[in-house]
Design a protein around this ligand. Structure first.
Ligand code: FAD
Length: 120
């Protein structure tokens, strides 16, 4: 069997920013690429809502569609305007997917995001 450590190290060292939240979007884990992209050390974001990254430039209707999708246990993909700790805005291409427990209830959300500012 594959050791759990393998999954941890693969996520930890992934070049893509990855965070795991509880069902209320409170950050439980962030990898090294998340720290590099956002400028926040993980100790600063763990316990905070993912909205800490919001630049307030994203319309509420986008967040409503996001939450409607993920609460239906589906993956939401889209682009949000995020702000780094230093105050720089960047376009974040996000995929947010639910992680279900054995009863099929949402227990976590997995967030993967990359800076697509230069692509657009
Ligand atoms: P709010 O006023 O709190 O929310 C705006 C609208 O979103 C509300 O009117 C409501 O319709 C909906 N909403 C918010 N929270 C909930 C909830 N718990 N249940 C149901 N509906 C809700 N946001 C970013 O801006 N950037 C990110 O990179 C980002 N990454 C995320 C990653 C993950 C894994 C998850 C789960 C969420 C992520 N979010 C991200 C969304 C974030 O959690 C906030 O919902 C969003 O930033 C809006 O927060 P707000 O305080 O500006 O607005």
């Amino acid at each position: 069997p594959l050791p759990p450590r393998l999954f941890f190290e693969a996520v930890e060292q992934s070049p893509v920013a990855i965070s795991i939240t509880n069902a209320q979007a409170i950050i439980l884990y962030a990898n090294a690429a998340f720290e590099a992209l956002t400028g926040y050390a993980r100790a600063e974001v763990i316990g905070e809502n993912e909205s800490i990254l919001s630049s307030n430039a994203t319309p509420a209707s986008v967040y409503q569609a996001l939450w409607r999708t993920i609460k239906q246990k589906q993956t939401w993909t889209g682009t949000l305007v995020n702000r780094t700790k230093a105050g720089g805005d960047y376009l974040a291409e996000l995929a947010i997917s639910p992680v279900l427990d054995q009863d099929g209830a949402i227990c976590y959300f997995l967030g993967i995001h990359r800076d697509v500012t230069r692509v657009h």
